[in-house]
Design a protein around this ligand. Structure first.
Ligand code: EPU
Length: 417
């Protein structure tokens, strides 16, 4: 199994670009199921999760070509409406085929995604929404079976915002009869991006990016072209890599507005940042202080940057209280940071990080999920000695050429079998 070796104590400097957003590209690829013909996406990152999505789309009958960062999906009349367990278990986002299949074909059989390292992650809100739209939904033998003559517009009120739930139901509503309102919708930039593409295909969506989304159903959609937005989580991770090593790093080709919560916490901690339309620079620092962070739905601090920010806080002057409100089990990185000599007390959903500059020491550690792997690499960059991050395959699910990008900034990092 591959591992990453990271030499600590080297200041990172220079410029690096953000790739296309994983969590935007995934729903965009699934949205192709809504319209037959050729869809073209640019700025698609090379990631395991994107490959898994393509395997599933091919299984459903689509033809796909991928050159550089451009993906073309040719959608025929589908012959299969099933997302089998073997494909779904590799990637939870596969549930995003449910809404499009129900909308276009009135039938779907999709494996339940099951729990994962960061929490139980139910899909009840996706299923309730489809039922409200008139679908018959049964869960049996680990599968969701959906059937409907034609979905009907409905008023859907989420108990709490869900990102893929909002995406699934927004896609389903595009071809439904009448108007659908999604209230307490998730406001993540990736939802805005998906709605922009759906509108290019002829959908009538408004309010995306706010907590009330209105979708007026249309009879059919036609394929279009789209450029995937930059990955805000990758951009944030690269910025934090510069910060934890005390260097000056510019992340280009990103959307600083999507990272307001991170930027504000970094400034509160004492970092100097320069921001323009599409880049953020973190300037050299000789020290920073601990700040408290609570994750919450966008535009608040993203759960997908919590682990990486915790790595930063281990090197701060003073204590930081980090509260995770989205997923019940997203502190798996804490024990691994402790192996690197960090002083952290985990409680239920709260971690108290007693920062001590220069305290991290290299050790073998194990990545448990995607963002935890990024956190351990950041910690490795700041630790004395060479840190060995095992199970690095998690990283390849969501970070494009991470070691290449960090090497470009001066890091000594390499992959070993
Ligand atoms: N929830 C329910 N019922 C549902 C759906 C969600 O109770 O039917 C709960 C979840 O258990 C969780 C909360 O609602 O406590 C929010 O979950 P959400 O549905 O928003 O998460 P998701 O759509 O499964 C997406 C991202 C995650 C990211 C979360 C939160 C994609 C493909 N995944 O997941 O990304 O952490 O939103 O922002 O967009 C990652 O990239 O590393 C990652 C995990």
């Amino acid at each position: 199994m591959e591992k990453m070796l990271v030499k600590g104590g080297i200041q990172l400097n220079g410029e690096v670009h953000a790739s296309g957003a994983k969590n935007s590209a995934l729903p965009l690829l699934f949205s192709t199921l809504l319209a037959p013909g050729k869809h073209v996406f640019k700025n698609v990152p090379h990631l395991m999760d994107i490959q898994s999505t393509m395997v599933l789309l091919k299984h459903l009958g689509c033809e796909i070509s991928w050159e550089g960062s451009t993906v073309q999906v040719d959608v025929p009349e589908l012959k299969s409406f099933e997302a089998p367990y073997d494909l779904v278990r590799k990637m939870r986002a596969s549930i995003l085929c449910l809404g499009p299949l129900m909308a276009r074909y009135g039938q779907a059989k999709v494996s339940l995604p099951g729990g994962c390292a960061i929490g139980t992650r139910p899909i009840d809100l996706h299923l309730e929404g489809l039922k409200e739209m008139g679908a018959q939904i049964d869960v049996d033998s680990g599968y969701v079976f959906g059937k409907v003559d034609k979905l009907k517009g409905a008023k859907l009120i989420f108990e709490s915002p869900t990102v893929t739930g909002t995406e699934n139901l927004m896609m389903a509503a595009c071809l439904a009869d009448g108007v659908t309102l999604i209230e307490n919708a998730a406001k993540e930039p990736e939802i805005w991006d998906l709605a922009e593409y759906l509108n290019k295909m002829g959908a009538k969506i408004s309010g995306h990016g706010s907590s009330i989304i209105r979708i007026e159903g249309v009879d059919r959609l036609t394929p279009a072209e789209h450029v995937v937005i930059p990955d805000r989580i990758e951009a944030g991770t690269l910025l934090l890599a510069g910060a934890i090593t005390g260097g000056e790093v510019t992340v280009s080709s990103c959307r600083p507005d999507d990272l307001d919560a991170l930027i504000s916490k970094m400034k509160e901690s004492g970092f100097k940042l320069s921001i323009d339309e599409s880049s953020i620079t973190v300037h050299k620092n000789t020290g920073y202080t601990g700040v408290d962070v609570t994750t919450a739905p966008h535009p608040a601090f993203p759960t997908d940057l919590q682990a990486q920010f915790m790595a930063l806080m281990t090197q701060a002057d003073g204590t930081s209280v980090i509260t995770e409100t989205i997923f019940e089990n997203r502190f798996m990185h804490v024990q691994e940071l402790v192996r690197l000599n960090a002083d952290i007390t985990p409680k239920t959903r709260v971690a108290i990080v007693r920062g001590a500059p220069g305290s991290l020491k290299a050790a073998p550690v194990m990545a448990t999920d995607l963002r935890a792997s990024a956190c351990l690499i950041l910690a490795g960059l700041a630790a004395q000695g060479e840190t060995e991050v095992n199970r690095i395959y998690h990283l390849d699910r969501g970070y494009e050429k991470m070691e290449e990008k960090l090497s470009k900034l001066g890091a000594q990092i390499c992959r070993k079998n």
